[in-house]
Design a protein around this ligand. Structure first.
Ligand code: TYD
Ligand code: MG
Length: 452
């Protein structure tokens, strides 16, 4: 048994120190250093029995390097493939983070069950029975999906050696424990050590590994930041737990773009891939209602038509209330001020509530014009034609500003049968769509003229 030893680690960057100090000298964060028990590993190979033959790397001329396209393992999940950039790369480590209960385990189990390869799903959180119950809801098809409940990495690797799976899923990295480190599971040194062992395993056997990671209160993956540097791909699974939509995003991807987005819908039978989200995000209703406007937004590179709902009413209390769900409240106040100053609407004494339907949070500035239109519509209690949509940013002086990729938004709106799209006059548009009218506007007064 190795001698017990403790060391101090920065929780932010994972740097090790001999003694405690208030500020980490590496990342300059304060109060992030904690003591953890460690014992020096005697040999920290993922397979302690085999000696790895290391070839000495030689520098190669760039044109001599074989640029053959990375082979990809199809995950049989169009949304997951899209976010990964075409499938899992052999030997890669993918870290999937997200809030508790958002559906990380469901997503991974579902993928493991869809694959026609030999997969090993290792869970340190649930029993085999619990996983079986979940699998029954999802309706399994894969006859070669093995479930292992284990937290010791050395035992996991022993099983992997016997089984030789094509894909390994670990649920979750925070529950793993390596014998080489004394500290408890989930501590920084354990997370780092277990990830290092998994990376070695993945690279040496060319097996893709998907790791599930917990996230902290502020939305970062729990454990040292260095974890995100170590793995090849970092995915985030997000959404509002009370709504059915889940968004899968790549925050880092060594093999593809980070602009892609996957959308799922949580159902009683697992997660359903949503290939045309716009149709689902626009709520169906009988007749036109005031206070609703549709924005042609972009999430990453994907166009999304989103419904904005506003309610403007006379303030009941002395101070008018402003509240926004899914939209920045400061931005809402700014747009109200612009409407008051540039278009003469006296909204100062009114309560204004704003809601983005579907439980989605939108950062795209192109939603501004739809927010303004929804507020105007509610204020006047006049419904907008349901086949109008909007894509422009509103500036402080009431100017309608251009947005990026406007043509993509126009085509999406046309595809969904909208008759008119309002965009900035300053956008350069070279397409001439047949079925949709492009209404160019330059000032907020123009919008008022069209809508009120
Ligand atoms: P889970 O996948 O365990 O989340 P995580 O691993 O991210 O903590 O649970 C997701 C939630 O989804 C859970 O509250 C139950 C629900 N759920 C469904 O609505 N339908 C289903 O088919 C399944 C399997 C889960
Ligand atoms: Mg889970």
């Amino acid at each position: 048994m190795a001698k017990l030893k403790s060391a101090f680690f920065c929780q932010n960057c994972g740097t090790q120190f001999a003694k405690w100090q208030g500020q980490c000298t590496a990342c300059k964060e304060w109060n992030t250093i904690v003591e953890e028990l460690v014992s020096k590993p005697d040999k920290n190979d993922w397979k302690a029995t085999t000696t790895v033959k290391t070839k000495n790397a030689k520098p190669l001329l760039i044109h001599e390097i074989d640029s053959a396209k990375e082979a990809r393992l199809d995950t049989f999940d169009a949304e997951f493939n899209r976010v990964l950039g075409g499938g899992l790369v052999p030997g890669s480590l993918t870290l999937l983070g997200g809030d508790p209960g958002i559906g990380k385990s469901t997503l991974c189990l579902q993928i493991a069950l869809k694959l026609p390869y030999k997969t090993l799903y290792v869970s340190g959180e649930e029993s085999q029975k619990q996983i079986k119950m979940r699998a029954e809801r999802i309706n399994p098809v894969n006859n070669t999906c093995f479930i292992l409940t284990e937290t010791k990495t050395q035992h996991i690797f022993k099983q992997i050696e016997a089984l030789e799976p094509d894909i390994v899923v670990i649920d979750s990295i925070q529950t793993l424990q390596s014998d080489y480190i004394e500290s408890s599971a989930g501590s920084i040194s354990q997370v780092k050590e277990c990830t290092t062992e998994l990376i070695k395993f993945a690279k040496e056997t060319n097996t893709p590994v998907i790791l599930i990671g917990h996230i902290t209160k502020d939305g970062n993956i729990a454990g040292p930041k260095i974890l995100e540097h170590m793995v090849d791909t970092v995915l985030h699974f997000e959404g509002d737990r009370n709504h059915v939509f889940r968004i899968l995003r790549a925050n880092k991807n060594r093999f593809g773009s980070t602009n892609e987005l996957g959308i799922y819908e949580m159902q009683g039978t697992g997660l359903r891939e949503v290939s045309n989200p716009s149709e689902l995000l626009i709520s169906e209703k009988d007749g036109e209602l005031s206070g609703n406007a549709i924005a042609a937004t972009l999430e990453g590179v994907r166009p999304l038509m989103i419904e904005v709902q506003a309610l403007v009413s006379t303030a009941v209390y002395g101070t008018p209330q402003r509240s926004a769900t899914g939209f920045n409240a400061k931005r809402l106040n700014m747009l109200l001020a612009v409407l008051e100053k540039r278009a003469g609407f006296r909204l100062g004494a009114k309560d204004v509530f704003l809601n983005i339907t579907g439980g989605i949070t939108v950062d795209d500035p192109a939603i501004d014009l739809a927010v303004v239109a929804a507020i105007l519509s509610s204020n006047e209690d006049e419904a907008l034609p349901s086949n109008y949509c909007f894509a422009a940013e509103v500036g402080l002086s009431g100017e309608i500003r251009p947005v990026q990729r406007v043509e993509q938004r126009i085509l999406e709106a046309e595809k969904l049968g909208f008759s008119t799209i309002f965009v900035s006059k300053y956008n350069k548009i070279s397409i001439k769509p047949k079925c949709i009218k492009i209404q160019l506007i330059s000032k907020i007064e123009d919008v008022v003229g069209f809508l009120v």
